[in-house]
Structures are given as C-alpha cells and as structure tokens.
Design a protein around this ligand. Structure first.
Ligand SMILES: CCCCCCCC/C=C\CCCCCCCC(=O)NCC(=O)O
Ligand SMILES: [Zn+2]
Ligand SMILES: [Zn+2]
Length: 515
C-alpha cells in the first residue's frame, strides 16, 4: 500500500511537470506568434538625393546650430520672454538659410510677433500637405552646474553643449538646414508642406503655435500628418532590450498647473498660533507627494509600447511581455521605480514653486505654491482635481487653476496610415540599427496639441538616440547633442521630405515591395 502511495505521488508529479511543460510551450508559441509585425519593410526603394556632406557642409551644419544656441531665447512665463532674442533668432535664420528665404515656391510669414510659418508649395497640388513643427524658445538655465556656460554652445568631446540643443533648436534649425541642402541641390518637393517654428512653446504656445494653427484653419488647410518633438530613439532604457528602439508618441499627457494658497493673520513670531500658513500649506503639499495618483498601467497606450517591443526582449522577459494579462501587476510595479517610466503609468505630481514669509520674526500672512500635474491618458482634468481635493482635505487651502487641459487624442498607428509609413520608412533608411518602431506616450507637452483641428495624425518624435542619462539633461544641466547625432537628425529630415513625395502607398503585404 505504501509502495502504491509512493507511486501515486510520483505519478502526480509527472502529470504536474507535464502540464507545466505544456503551459510553457503554449507561452513560447504565443510569444512567437505575437511578434511585432514587420510593417515598415513593405516599401520599395526610390531613387532619391543622397545625403553626402562635404567637409564644408558639415562645418556649416554644425555652426548653424551653434549660432542658434547662443541666442538666449528664454521663456520665463507668457508675459516674460526675451523678445529681443526672439527677434534676433528671426534675423539669424534669414542670414543662415538664404536658399529657404529666396526660393519662389516658399512663402515665409511671421506669426504672433516672433513665430515663423513657411509654406513650401509642392509641384503637385493634388497631394495632401503635411507639417513639421519645432520651437525656438528655451527654458531658463542656471549658471552653476554646467560644464560650459549654457549659452556658449561650446564643443566638448564631440558634443555641442547648451540650452536648446535637444529642446528644441535642433529641430527648428535642423528642419531649415535639411530644406536648405535640398534646395541647393535643386530639389522641388512634389507634396506641399508647412514648417512651423513657435516662439512660446515652453510657456503654452498660445501666441505662436496656436495662432499658426488658427491661421491655417482659416485657409482651409487639412494635414495628412504632423511631426513635432516629444519622443526619441531609446537606447538602454528598457532592461532586456539590446538594440535601440524608436518610440513615436501618438498622444501626450494632459496637464494641470494649479496655485495653492493659505491665508492667515499676520502677527508677532513671539506668540505664534498653533499652525502657520506655511505649515498648513506644506502639510497639504506633503500629502499630495505622499499619496501619488493611482497606478494606471494597462489603462492607456503605455501598454502598446511593451506589446510592440515584446519580441525584442531577451528570454525570459519576452515571455513576460507577451503575457501581460498575467504579469502586468509585476511590470507595473517595476515601472513605478524610475521617474521616466513612472511618468508613463500615472498622473504625476510635481511641486514646482513655493513662496512664503516676509521676515524672520513675522508670522507669514500667506503661503503660495504651484503644482504641475501631468495627466495620464486614461484620466481627465475633473477626475484629477477631485482626487487632489480629497487628498488635501483641508478647506483652508485654496486652489486656483492656472491652466488645465485633458490628455491629447490618440493618433492612428496602423501600417496603412501615411504619416506612420513615412516616419517608419525614413527611420529604416537613416537608422538601420534601430530594431523596432513602437507607439508611445509623450510625457511632456508640445506645440502640436494646438493642431488637433487640422489632423488626427499627430506624431511626436525627434530622431535622436537617447541613453538614460540624456533624459535629465532636458530642462536640466548640461543639455547637449552629439555632432554626429545632429547630422543624423538633419539627414532624417532630408530623407523624410523626399519620402513624403510619393503619391501612393504601396499595397500592404505585397512581397514585391519588400526592401
Ligand atoms: C519605456 C520607455 C521609457 C520612456 C522614457 C521617456 C523618454 C522620453 C523621451 C524624450 C523626452 C523629451 C521630452 C520632450 C518633450 C517635452 C517638451 C517640453 O518641454 N514641453 C514643455 C512642457 O512639457 O512643459
Ligand atoms: Zn520642447
Ligand atoms: Zn521643453
């Protein structure tokens, strides 16, 4: 009998192992079947102008960007911008890109005082135009902590350092540089396109991009797609993925900028009340920090990036990523650990300003703070405000909204969408080592959000390879661009303009169109 029980136990083990084996095999088959589709490889190659640069071209390309970085186009607030520098930037581009400004089929207009709109008239009016967007203003830069002064545009070990090198003079100057090179090589685009260069993106875009969009609307313009800043080629961001992957943001988070204030009676510090305005406000803000907004992993498009990249992960992470129905609780916890991935899965809370107190022996009459929330795509302004009020739970703290808008609509991400094909095709042309192109979320805000009336195909992407240590440089210290990386960006734009001149997309899944 004891022998029989032992045999039974052995038999149960065998069945158990067998079932595990079958489950593992099923997971592997699923991982294989759900590999990302090879969408962008459905193109034929066309004869196009190559991007060969002479030593002189290279020098000119580099110096054009360096000159732009030196112009201190700083935006502090919508009311406080360096307008002298913004005007200087306008004169500068006129000087540096003579072909752009003297070509008959290009119209140049100044919008809102300092922004620029270029209309490049294509030779075939039947083709639907597209738009390239960038901005020239920058956030302030402290003098301390930089390897070189932030507006010196000094070169160091193959990098140009300076405020605006990746956000976003690289695009503003890069777009014009690509067009300048094409014009000098007598390229006449077939498809019309617009170039918008905003002057107040860092403080809302209301005077620049918003006005450009309104003007185009009055002209009845509809865009086939729009390309702006907002995401990059990620290298080393995701553990388990070896090659760089391009992430094209198909939406961007919403935003609330709110002022919080507490008023209390002023008095002598020798007889203080139990709580001061500073203490009350600090405690309220601390509650906001200590109680982050809910983890919404799986409720928005953040899941798409992992689904698209699932096959790029090494074993066993590929199993995890192809079976998020099972593993998402673990993955979402991992995403919470780093600020860059945490920003993808929840509405974030950033206390950015705090002002209070007038003298060391005076009870402060008021305390004020500003908090910036970036709203996850699955939430809306109202819902976030409700959570904020419930978390603060103190009527003495008054809330005043400075600006608030919902997350932006999700742009289509299908292989038959013109903008998606053009971006993917150009990426393959210029960055052959990029292993995959995936849709993602822009965690910041861009001028493109003002163009939703002109197109539903808004893509946010800068063709720059970012390593994890590059992210804190944006709005931070030692912002920089590699000279090689900037050349690649100009090449990308140069090819994108040419690739956009096809009039008809290839039939999907036709083998003859394989690269
Ligand atoms: C799983 C992948 C990890 C994702 C890591 C995020 C990568 C982010 C890439 C680029 C960030 C650059 C943001 C640029 C857009 C912001 C523009 C801006 O500053 N706008 C003003 C504002 O938002 O206040
Ligand atoms: Zn920017
Ligand atoms: Zn910025």
């Amino acid at each position: 009998m004891a022998k029989r029980r032992g045999w039974l136990r052995g038999e149960a083990w065998a069945v158990c192992l067998g079932l595990c084996g079958v489950a593992l095999a099923l997971l592997l088959v699923r991982a294989y079947v759900l590999r990302s589709p090879p969408g962008p490889r459905l193109w034929w190659r066309r004869v196009a102008l190559g991007f060969e640069l002479s030593a002189r071209d290279r020098q000119e390309l580099k110096e054009a960007l360096r000159g732009a970085i030196k112009i201190q186009t700083v935006s502090f607030s919508p009311e406080d911008q360096n307008t002298t520098a913004l005007a200087e930037f306008g004169n500068y581009i006129k000087k540096v890109f003579p072909a752009v400004f003297s070509t008959k089929f290009i119209q140049h207009e100044i919008i809102g005082g300092y922004s620029h709109l270029f209309t490049v008239q294509g030779s075939d009016p039947q083709l639907m135009p597209y738009m390239l967007l960038a901005h020239m203003d920058v956030v302030p830069a402290s003098q301390e902590g930089w390897h070189v002064p932030p507006f010196s545009a000094k070169e160091l070990d193959g990098f140009i350092y300076g405020r605006g090198t990746v956000d976003n003079k690289n695009s503003a100057i890069g777009i014009l540089q690509a067009l300048e090179f094409l014009l000098r090589r007598h390229y006449r685009p077939r498809r019309s396109f617009y170039i918008g260069i905003g002057h107040d993106e860092e403080v809302s875009g209301h005077k620049g991009a918003m006005k450009i969009a309104a003007l185009l609307k009055t002209r009845g313009v509809k865009l086939s797609f729009l390309l702006d800043e907002g995401s990059v080629i990620l290298d080393g961001f995701l553990v388990g993925i070896k090659d760089p992957v391009a992430v094209i943001a198909i939406t961007e988070k919403g935003s609330i900028t709110a002022n919080f204030s507490v008023e209390k009676e002023q008095g002598h510090s020798s007889a203080p009340p139990k709580e001061t305005s500073i203490g009350i406000l600090a405690a309220a803000l601390s509650r906001l920090e200590q109680n982050p907004m809910p983890n919404l992993f799986g409720h928005g498009p953040e899941i798409l990036i992992l689904e698209h990249l699932a096959s790029e992960f090494r074993f066993p992470l590929n199993l995890v990523m192809t079976n998020l129905w099972l593993f998402s609780p673990i993955v979402s916890r991992i995403f919470e650990q780093k600020p860059s991935t945490n920003a993808l899965i929840r509405t974030t809370t950033a206390i950015t300003m705090f002002n209070a107190g007038i003298k060391s022996n005076v009870i402060p009459p008021s305390a004020k703070a500003t908090v910036n929330f970036r709203i996850h795509p699955s939430q809306k302004v109202e819902e976030v405000l409700e959570i904020v009020k419930n978390t603060i739970a103190d009527d003495r703290v008054k809330i005043h909204l400075q600006e608030a808008f919902d997350p932006l609509p999700i742009s289509p991400w299908d292989n038959d969408v013109f903008g998606v094909q053009i971006i993917q095709r150009t990426l393959l042309d210029v960055f052959p080592h990029v292993s995959n192109v995936a849709p993602g979320i822009c965690i910041g805000n861009t001028d493109s959000r003002h163009f939703t009336n002109l197109t539903d195909a808004i893509y946010r992407f800068n063709p720059l390879v970012f390593k994890p240590d590059d992210l804190p440089r944006v709005h931070g210290l030692n912002e920089r661009i590699s000279i090689e990386g900037y050349e690649k960006q100009v090449e990308f734009l140069y090819q994108l303009i040419q690739n956009s001149d096809i009039d008809k997309l290839p039939e999907p899944h036709a083998n003859s169109h394989e690269l």
